[in-house]
Design a protein around this ligand. Structure first.
Ligand SMILES: Cc1cc2nc3c(=O)[nH]c(=O)nc-3n(C[C@H](O)[C@H](O)[C@H](O)COP(=O)(O)OP(=O)(O)OC[C@H]3O[C@@H](n4cnc5c(N)ncnc54)[C@H](O)[C@@H]3O)c2cc1C
Length: 403
């Protein structure tokens, strides 16, 4: 039997995050956004609330909740602002869940546990100046030298670039093998030769930190190779299955915020002697938002349900991410429209929603990449096989330690 209701625990988590967002993010977010300020204390507070490793098993420092609870956290966070949901997406979705899936026991003890507890922050370095959608064009290299690899290259558009302690970095160990020559490494900020530089001038997510990473002969011990040499592409794609899930869930929160603000304004603003909510063309925009919200959540929870079962979910997650982000961008555009000229100023939050809602249509697979993927699935050009290493199914009581 399908059950669409939230468990008591999930309802509780939703309430906790909603209260946190209403009390500790919403009163300050406009100022942080205007100043381009990333408020690091938010990550510490999320750690206090045990929300930096929501779906990581307790044995690895997390809260041991299911994957859909992570979706709820992301939805509620993005109802406040995309910046903090993005932080959880890279820290938990792209980094910690990848360590859980691909890491050996030593890597989990050293890196996953402090990340899941929120004592250390993780990020994800895949994109380069000449390699975004086309991952195999990346130019960063990792040359084996004794018991280490020497990394050289550059990454760009990396979320949390100036704040993360650990980075998952993708580099070529053998360029001749094309995408099968890419490997994944855990790099620490403190390793000599590593540096980062945040960027200014972004359209949105201004309260978030994004920028470049530089690797100048960074010596990374061989123990920090994640998976096997040449498995980096596969690892990156499976990381994206988790990151995209969190982005899709966050987009639901963005739609919810658009709905809340728009409904409020519809009751306040009068034209032609009636509330604007009484005009059918305004109602149409609200109805589209509601439809987008409900459809997106169903797609997200379906993908989360597959994760809970330990099943591959690339196709379902891609569809959820594509649709939810498009709906959110459209909802934000309509929210500005409903607010008329006031929506065009920062007197109301909807202009921030519109600016914020664009990046998720670009990152973790652009709208076009997801469109092509979905077409390829229906045409039979693409299909998903179970990976050699899966995320553990939930509940986690059967997770076995690896030696
Ligand atoms: C705010 C923000 C945060 C980010 N955070 C991270 C991060 O933490 N880590 C990280 O690694 N990256 C991050 N990114 C980078 C992001 O993942 C890339 O921007 C994204 O993958 C797209 O790559 P690109 O920008 O190089 O665009 P390109 O790949 O150059 O694409 C340009 C255009 O061509 C289209 N296109 C490309 N190929 C095809 C095709 N085959 N078919 C049809 N159309 C195509 C695209 O859809 C797009 O419209 C972030 C980006 C942003 C904006």
């Amino acid at each position: 039997m399908m059950d669409f209701s939230l468990s008591e625990e999930q309802e509780m988590v939703r309430k906790v995050v909603r209260k946190f967002v209403d009390n500790e993010i919403n009163p300050y977010i406009q100022e942080w956004d205007e100043q381009g300020h990333f408020e690091t204390s938010i990550l510490k507070r999320l750690a206090d609330l045990d929300l930096m490793g929501v779906c990581i098993p307790e044995q690895y420092g997390g809260s041991g909740m299911d994957y859909n609870t992570l979706a709820i956290v992301c939805e509620e966070l993005e109802r406040g602002d995309t910046a903090f949901r993005t932080a959880v997406s890279v820290h938990t979705g792209l980094n910690s869940m990848t360590l859980l899936q691909w890491g050996d026991e030593w890597q989990k003890q050293k890196y996953l546990i402090p990340q899941a507890k929120g004592e250390k922050v993780g990020a994800f370095g895949l994109t380069e100046p000449n390699a975004g959608s086309d991952v195999a064009s990346l130019q960063t290299t990792a040359e084996r030298e004794g018991d280490s690899y020497i990394l050289n290259g550059q990454k760009t558009w990396i979320s949390l670039c100036d704040h993360a302690d650990h980075f998952l970095v993708f580099a070529y160990t053998d360029k001749s093998q094309k995408h099968k020559g890419i490997s994944a490494f855990i790099v620490e900020r403190t390793m000599p030769g590593f540096s980062s530089k945040g960027m200014k001038g972004k359209l949105g997510i201004r309260a978030g930190n994004t920028g470049e990473l530089f690797f100048d002969n960074v010596k990374v011990p061989k123990e920090n190779l994640l998976g096997e040499e040449g498995e980096g592409f596969k690892i990156a794609m499976s990381a994206l299955d988790n990151g995209r899930f969190t982005v899709a869930a966050g987009a639901c929160g963005q739609i919810l915020a658009c709905l809340e603000e728009s409904v409020k304004y519809c009751h306040e603003r009068k034209t032609f002697s009636k509330e604007i909510g009484k005009h059918q063309l305004v109602q149409q925009m609200l109805a589209k938002m509601e439809a987008g919200y409900q459809m997106s959540r169903l797609l997200v929870f379906r993908a989360g349900d597959l994760k809970n079962q330990g099943k591959r979910n690339t196709r379902e997650t891609s569809l959820a991410k594509w649709q939810a982000c498009d709906f959110a961008n459209e909802a934000a555009n309509d929210a500005v429209q409903i607010h008329g000229a006031y929506g065009y100023s920062n007197e109301y939050p909807v202009e921030r929603f519109l600016r914020n809602s664009k990046a998720p249509v670009i990152y973790e697979g652009t709208r076009e990449i997801h469109t092509v993927m979905q077409a390829e699935y229906v045409l039979g050009y693409r299909s998903d096989k179970q990976l050699s290493r899966s995320l553990p199914a939930w509940p986690y009581d059967e997770v076995k330690e690896e030696v």
